[in-house]
Design a protein around this ligand. Structure first.
Ligand code: HSE
Length: 445
């Protein structure tokens, strides 16, 4: 059979990896796909780089629009990134009847609804395994492997840069700024790592996973996002003493909520540093690795682990999509896996739970005067809001020190209740600084 012809937009790290792995594993991939997958055209501004990688084996151009309108191209692989020209190119490719494979999580999280609607109208596939957790086949698992389940929640370490930084802070007891510089020196963190550090990259990936897990539209603007820049190494140390590790988690959960018509369903969507029990497998995911824990009602917990970035791990996901699209290329669109795992007319606009209504456990650190009655004042405020303390440690003050740290773990409570209690605690004269508040998840059911 004639090879399927791919147009590659962007031949940087992932594009280069895709070219290399396709060439290296050509016969194995052809045996799987049923026909050869051939990169026929490459668009990149750096033509010299494109030439070095492709060695004359593909048509090169600096004009990506010429690739998406090339009648010879069957599948467009978008590896440009961002929401500007990438969006225009993807929509143009779809409107020209081409299938699209993309690693662009920001594009899908922000413009996915528009892109999938266009793809459905045009009867083409948009595949995006590489957009979430790099080489881990989590999209495949959620959309197909777990399709018998009502997914209850997902908790993922889906940003390698921040996981590397948190691992180093814990291992070496170093502050965030020092570790970030080291991560940049070693090439783990980008020169501008702001999307990673602020949790935005994880929020893009979480948006996509939530959509396909629950059959809801992409709602990036509703994700509660907190990054790791303000995290103090001392909290990592105290958490460890209490039997917890701090990870930047993307969490999405199906919960019951009080709606206008009684109890309804709502979805939590949040990214923030989270204490998790050190004994959980996912707590031991270190360095730049990614892991996603999925709780389904039938299967229970399943854990997916691997490299979330890098040339060949991400190429692995891109090529898996190319194989899928090649196999389904001539199939009736009705027979294909729906973009969002659920049939388009069954996607539901389930409410996203406001953060103030989210119920979880909390870690609190307070700097207080070391004098009688301080604890009583604090616990009274918590008790008045039905917030129960589960564990507590007090740092032994050094000789002559009039101040100490109290660290508490609470039982489950609502975010709005803990925030109200914190405001009152901070107003006490014996409390000497802002209360540090982190969330805690058991991840056991
Ligand atoms: N910047 C991401 C990370 C990799 O650090 O995990 C690409 O999604």
């Amino acid at each position: 059979m004639k090879p399927i012809n791919v147009g590659l937009l962007g031949i940087g790290t992932v594009g280069g990896g895709t070219f290399k792995v396709l060439a290296r594993n050509e016969s194995e991939i052809t045996r799987r796909a049923g026909r050869q997958i051939r990169i026929g055209a490459v668009a990149d501004r750096d033509l010299a780089l494109a030439q070095r990688i492709t060695q004359g084996k593909a048509r090169l151009t600096a004009d990506a629009f010429s690739v998406v309108s090339d009648p010879e191209i069957d599948i467009v692989v978008e590896l440009i990134g961002g929401c500007g020209v990438a969006r225009e190119l993807v929509l143009a490719a779809i409107n020209n009847g081409k299938h699209v494979v993309t690693a662009n999580k920001a594009l899908l999280a922000i413009h996915g609804n528009e892109i999938f609607a266009a793809a459905q109208r045009a009867g083409v596939m948009v595949a995006f395994e590489a957009a979430v957790a790099g080489g881990i086949p989590i999209i495949k698992a959620l959309r197909e492997g777990l399709s018998a389940n009502r997914i209850q929640w997902i908790a993922g370490i889906i940003n390698g840069t921040t996981n590397f930084i948190l691992s180093e802070m814990r291992d070496k007891g170093l502050p965030f700024d020092v570790v970030l510089k080291e991560a940049q020196r070693l090439g783990y963190a980008e020169a501008d790592p702001s999307f990673d550090i602020a949790g935005v990259d994880a929020a893009h990936k979480l948006t996509i996973m939530a959509a396909i897990a629950f059959g809801i539209p992409m709602q990036f603007d509703k994700v509660h996002v907190e990054g790791i820049a303000k995290l103090d190494a001392v909290d990592i140390k105290y958490a460890e003493q209490l039997g917890y590790r701090i990870k930047l988690l993307g969490i999405t959960k199906r919960v019951s909520a009080n709606g206008a018509d009684g109890i309804t369903e709502a979805i939590e969507l949040r990214v923030h540093p989270t204490l998790i029990p050190s004994r959980r497998l996912i707590a031991n995911v270190e360095g730049a690795m990614n892991a996603v824990l999925v709780q389904g009602d039938a299967v229970g917990a399943t854990l997916y682990y691997g490299k979330g970035a890098g040339a060949e791990p991400t190429a692995s996901a891109v090529i898996a999509d190319l194989v899928d699209v090649t196999r389904m290329h001539t199939a009736d669109p009705e027979q294909r896996v729906p973009h969002l795992a659920f049939q388009p007319d069954a996607v539901m606009d389930t409410t996203i739970l406001p953060m103030a209504e989210v119920e979880t456990r909390y870690y609190l650190r307070l700097a207080v005067s070391d004098q009688p009655g301080v604890l009583a004042d604090i616990t009274r405020i918590l008790a008045d809001r039905q917030i129960s303390i589960e564990a507590m440690i007090q740092r032994e003050p050094v000789e002559g020190e009039a101040q100490t740290d109290i660290i508490m773990l609470t039982h489950r409570t609502r975010e709005k209740h803990i925030d109200a209690a914190i405001a009152l605690i901070e107003a006490l004269a014996v409390v000497k600084s802002r209360v540090i508040r982190l969330r805690l998840e058991e991840l056991d059911r």
